[in-house]
Ligand binder design. Structure first.
Ligand code: PAF
Length: 181
């Protein structure tokens, strides 16, 4: 069911404050990380998160760290207005749209690298891709502190890498891999 209003948060500090307040009220927080340009598959992840959470935070961030040097970050499609309307229609309450400087300040130099799982298959042809994915998702987990995180099975290796990271780093998060729509 569609939500009446969607809260749009652009700053890391504001998102941390809101998550802290929600957790303080005993709300169960779900996260659906995305790079935007949403389709029905993403919306099914939001609906899945809503089943086991009080509030769902959908993140929209085209993550520069996961693009290999030969891949075109600038050409990645973007449609924030359309995405927000879709999130609303799927019942998402909060959209976190950080800017790159807030996520990767100039002095940034700490990355999360999952080893074996990230080096095979797609990892072989996209050097640094899964390191970028794991790093940004770890940052989003740290900022939002969700109880549940939902990822699509469509990106099978990504789900395996992030599940491994979640276990290895001891995040107290229920990691859900939802079927492909
Ligand atoms: O699957 C994606 O859209 C991205 O790789 C993710 C998980 C949002 C990290 O940027």
């Amino acid at each position: 069911m569609a939500t009446k209003t969607v809260k749009i948060i652009r700053s890391v500090a504001q998102m941390q404050k809101l998550s802290h307040a929600l957790a303080g009220k005993g709300k169960r927080i779900g996260i659906v990380p995305t790079m935007g340009y949403l389709h029905d598959g993403h919306l099914s992840l939001i609906r899945r998160a809503k089943k086991s959470c009080d509030v769902v935070v959908t993140t929209i961030f085209v993550n520069p760290a996961q693009f290999a040097p030969h891949e075109d970050f600038a050409k990645y499609p973007r449609d924030e207005k359309g995405d927000i309307a879709k999130i609303k229609s799927a019942g998402g309450e909060i959209v976190f749209v950080p800017n790159a400087k807030d996520i990767y300040p100039e002095s940034f130099q700490t990355y999360v690298a999952v080893e074996k799982l990230a080096e095979m298959l797609e990892g072989k042809i996209r050097p640094g891709h899964f390191r970028g994915v794991a790093t940004v998702v770890a940052k989003l987990f740290n900022i939002i502190r969700p109880d549940v995180a939902v990822f699509g099975m469509k990106d099978f290796q990504q789900a395996a890498v992030l599940g491994q990271m979640t276990r290895d780093l001891g995040y107290p998060i229920k990691f859900v891999v939802a079927p492909t729509v």
